[in-house]
Write a protein that binds this ligand. Structure first.
Ligand SMILES: Cc1cc2nc3c(=O)[nH]c(=O)nc-3n(C[C@H](O)[C@H](O)[C@H](O)COP(=O)(O)OP(=O)(O)OC[C@H]3O[C@@H](n4cnc5c(N)ncnc54)[C@H](O)[C@@H]3O)c2cc1C
Length: 457
């Protein structure tokens, strides 16, 4: 292959390895004599830092290790294509107070997060989290995330004075517009920036490799057992540090969820078997606006842009539930919809019952510019063009607030030495009983980076 023909496919392929080829990749050393620590007893494949999961959290962890110390080998094992996960499905945006935000502060972001989580939030962690959110979004912008832009930055009529600032919109429970977005495809765009950054920084990928077990005798992590999903072969892989970033578990609500098929909580289960705790398992978020058939997501950005909810009397019923109406926190809106249905003000019956989300008044131009993905989703799953008709919706299982118990937010470490966790698989109760819209992508990239730095240390 000549250098001039090198294309994106070659770029991606250059990052993929197999366990059999690990020693050839230069990132894993099965030869005792060459290993930095003098090798291991059984001559097993080993790597400095092994990351499980290639969503936003896993990829930011992997990059953080390499940027901290380029001599460390980092392998990401993932049970699907590296670019397929909940992160790439995220629509509405990513929260954070940046230099483009006028009149907002990270403390106000923390206040909204604590209030939205029904005060069951670890408040110290939430404050640190919101303080890190802004700089992390600037980092995402810098690595090439194609955010939507304003002619000039600023919100609520206050200009930040920065031309071409990252555009921000309202999300539920937020007192300011602080959700940074790329139309309604934020996750997809962020995912590809993170993936390119990982490949460029020398991160290697084991695709179609599934974590089965973590080995942590005497409270110290020594490696994992992986299964190659294509061949069925099992492999032990040793590592000096392990980051679990396997996402959430809301696929257990199999016929009414917005999440991908991979969201089965395997990492959390493996961590439990290895002796770690499972924090806040009872906190599962139902997003108010899942499409009636199957539960695919209609982003909160639809309401953030001005969409509203109607019952069978044509009434904007949210006025009876919360002063912010459709922009109340998700749990409030989801309960309101179910109440309307139970009290006979919904359409249809039983599991097929629903209320309507109407965005028609936003106009065709605005819908095509700000909400193109959900228009496509509504046509695909319900045969409805939301430029012309309201869309039938009902709450859908969406996010796992619970996850692997974290000991220290600063490095996302756990009680098992050498084992770190990040993103939706982890839980340090930043979201309490209810995560605010836009706080989860922030969680993935902020805690991913912290876990990567912890693992590199
Ligand atoms: C439709 C939708 C819309 C959303 N919109 C928003 C939004 O607008 N804003 C927001 O902030 N959040 C949003 N979210 C939530 C957010 O996208 C996720 O919570 C977040 O991206 C989780 O990132 P993660 O890296 O922790 O996990 P994921 O992105 O889910 O990645 C998990 C990774 O782990 C891998 N994995 C899982 N199990 C194993 C195993 N056993 N072995 C190997 N690999 C494994 C998977 O293959 C995957 O690569 C949305 C979610 C969905 C589903």
């Amino acid at each position: 292959m000549s250098e001039s023909n090198f294309n994106r496919r070659d770029f991606l392929k250059s990052a993929c390895i197999s366990v059999g080829a690990l020693s050839l990749s230069g990132c894993v050393d099965t030869d005792k004599s060459k290993s930095a620590d003098g090798g291991n007893e059984g001559g097993l494949p080993s790597v400095d830092v092994l990351v499980i999961g290639s969503g936003g959290a896993g990829l930011r962890a992997a990059v953080a290790v390499r940027k901290n110390n380029p001599n460390l080998s980092v392998v990401v094992a993932t049970k699907m294509m590296p670019s397929r996960n909940a992160t790439c499905m995220a629509e509405g945006g990513i929260n954070g107070v940046t230099s483009f935000s006028g009149g907002d502060s990270y403390k106000l972001h923390a206040y909204d997060t604590v209030k939205g989580g029904a005060y069951l939030v670890d408040q110290d962690a939430a404050i640190k989290f919101c303080e890190l959110a802004g700089p992390t979004i600037a980092e995402m912008d810098y690595i090439g995330t194609l955010f939507s832009r304003n002619a000039s930055g600023g919100v609520d009529g206050k200009e930040s004075g920065v031309p071409g600032g990252v555009a921000q919109r309202f999300m539920g429970g937020a007192s300011k517009k602080r959700c940074n977005y790329s139309a309604d495809k934020t996750g997809h765009i962020l995912m590809h920036a993170c993936f390119d950054d990982a490949v460029s920084n020398g991160v290697k990928f084991l695709i179609d490799h599934e974590l089965l077990e973590i080995s942590a005798p005497e409270g110290k992590c020594e490696g994992v057992v992986l299964r190659n999903i294509q061949t069925g072969d099992f492999y032990p892989v040793l590592c000096k540090a392990l980051v679990i970033a396997t996402g959430g578990y809301t696929r257990m609500f199999y016929n009414r969820t917005s999440v991908p098929y991979i969201a089965t909580g395997d990492g959390i289960a493996a961590a439990l078997r290895a002796g770690l705790g499972f924090s806040d398992p009872e906190m599962v978020q139902f997003h108010p606006t899942g499409i009636k058939s199957g539960g695919a997501l209609i982003t909160e950005a639809a309401r953030g842009e001005g969409g509203y909810l109607l019952n069978n009397k044509g009434e904007r019923f949210m006025k009876n539930y919360h002063e912010k109406m459709e922009l109340a926190p998700r749990d409030v809106v989801a309960r309101a919809i179910e109440t309307e249905i139970r009290e006979g003000r919904g359409y249809g019956e039983g599991l097929g019952a629903y209320v309507l989300l109407d965005v028609r008044h936003l106009g065709k131009d605005k819908i095509l510019k700000a909400l193109p993905k959900i228009r496509h989703t509504a046509i695909l799953f319900e045969g409805i063009d939301l430029i012309e008709q309201p869309i039938p919706i009902r709450p859908t299982a969406h996010y796992s607030m619970g996850g692997i118990e974290v000991s220290k937010f600063d490095d996302m470490s756990t009680k098992i030495s050498g084992l770190y966790t990040a993103g939706e698989a982890s839980c340090i109760s930043i979201h309490g009983a209810n995560r605010l819209g836009g706080n989860s992508l922030t969680d993935a990239v902020v805690t991913g980076k912290l876990a990567g730095l912890g693992a590199a240390d």
